[in-house]
Design a protein around this ligand. Sequence first.
Ligand code: HEC
Ligand code: HEC
Length: 363
Amino acid sequence: MQFSHVALGAVCVSFLFMQGQPGGDPQFDRGRALFDKPFSLVEGLGAPEMNADSCRGCHHDPGIGGAGALELNVSRFGNDNGGLGPFTNVPGGQGLSKLFPPSVHGREEYPTGVAGADVFEQRQTPSVIGHGAIDQIPAAVIVANEDVNDANGDGIFGVARRLIVASNMEIGRFGWKAQVPRLADFVNDAMFGELGLTTPDNGRGFAGLDDADNVADPEVTQAQVDDIAHFMAMLPPPPRGGSIDPKVTEGLKTFHSIGCAKCHTPSLSSPTGPVPLFSNLLLHNVMPVGFRGMSEPGADAGFFRTPPLWGIKGTAPYMHDGRAEDLRGAIMAHFSEAEAVRVNYENLKTSEQDALILFLEDL
Ligand code: HEC
Ligand code: HEC
């Protein structure tokens, strides 16, 4: 135990060092401190319920801004008429907070028997490292890879998430269902949804404007929102492992030949250069037939955004709800649109499967 503890410490230290801005960037430092900061009740934390007291409380693996463990999953809920549909939101929306004021019995557990809800969906904390580069990818680049009618007949579709923001159509790129278009929008969204903190109204509809506590709104200033957005935007993409093992090169070839790259697009272009994220940022259904989950306009139950695979080695568990413990489990959890590709993987020789995993671990 002692050894793994030491090793983990070393990883964190080098990771934090890497995230430093040697050139000096006060806004980055302020944003990082705010991302790390445990907010308190007198500052308006909770509405009154919440999921955690800081951004870092969930996003910390393998360093600040990273992913979160299974027990930090957040929950969504709704009603899908026993699986028969149609899906409807229950009053109050899909978000379900897990922390309640001390006066509430069982306040660290999700309430059972939420009125009218019969379907629940867990959401795993994804890493936000490298998301500044994803923010730079033009909407047209994402839309160009759509295959709404499966024109090439490979069983794989791919639809961009279209959102109406301040009366304009924008393309979603963040969140498991690509429900948020810009990185800065997610600061407002998470401040309210995860921490129960209100932020100023910027007219884009992602800020929580008022809540049930007695602290004056907005509880967080626009400057603070901007600082956190800047911190996240400046986090460089996770560095490639850079292994020279020939098996890694073999794994890359397999990644293409069996069809993983049809959704996990190695790179998308942006004005600041290619973004090697291994995602097309499009919605696909890779859930098993009969999957029940959250439905939103433009993203039915079972449709999730292809997740980026850079830095994937350090962000277990995997899939939107953390259903897969490791990378092999994640591949085996691909169905529906990815059925044929998963079968291709199953038909590989063990040594070829191993090479594919080595390649993924090098991303
Ligand atoms: C309780 C745990 C928790 C806390 C606290 C939290 N997050 Fe998250 N974060 C999540 C989860 C879960 C998701 C995925 C949500 C979804 O798509 O439904 C997410 C998604 C994100 C994303 C999008 C990532 C992607 O891959 O597209 C960003 C950006 C983000 N969070 C930023 C923040 C910021 C900023 C804060 C603090 C204001 C914060 N989060 C606080 C759990 C948390
Ligand atoms: C049809 C599109 C599609 C294909 C083909 C596909 N994937 Fe995925 N992949 C997805 C989607 C969508 C998810 C997210 C599903 C979820 O969250 O439940 C995902 C999730 C993953 C994850 C988990 C990521 C995370 O952050 O949790 C890994 C790893 C992965 N895929 C690797 C692969 C590999 C390797 C292949 C080839 C064997 C492959 N995928 C083929 C669309 C695809």
